[in-house]
Design a protein. Structure first.
Length: 103
């Protein structure tokens, strides 16, 4: 899978240095994957939350951070929609959040 955009991670871990290694590990796992559906994601990341067929939320660094993605399986692309702390995540509407910086 191709992850769009890793720059978002770099900007985030600048503000939250303890997220750098967990985000790098997540990224490495994802780029080596070829997911066709949410079920395949759950096999690799059993704590992932399936919001819809496209929208998946991943726990980063245990559950300290939440990563919201949209996945285009047929294109092999994972779009980073939002990343933040768990408490920030609790304040957003996960179904309606759009791409963009929130940190």
């Amino acid at each position: 899978m191709r992850v769009i955009a890793k720059k978002t991670f770099k900007e985030f871990w600048f503000l939250h240095p303890d997220s750098e290694q967990p985000l790098k590990a997540w990224h490495n796992e994802v780029v080596d994957s070829k997911w066709k559906n949410p079920g395949e994601i759950k096999l690799k990341f059993n704590s992932a939350s399936i919001i819809s067929n496209k929208r998946i939320v991943f726990n980063i660094k245990g559950n300290n951070y939440r990563l919201v993605t949209d996945i285009e399986y047929n294109l092999g692309i994972v779009f980073i929609v939002w990343i933040g702390t768990h408490s920030e995540y609790d304040k957003i509407n996960i179904k309606d959040i759009k791409y963009g910086k929130t940190y």
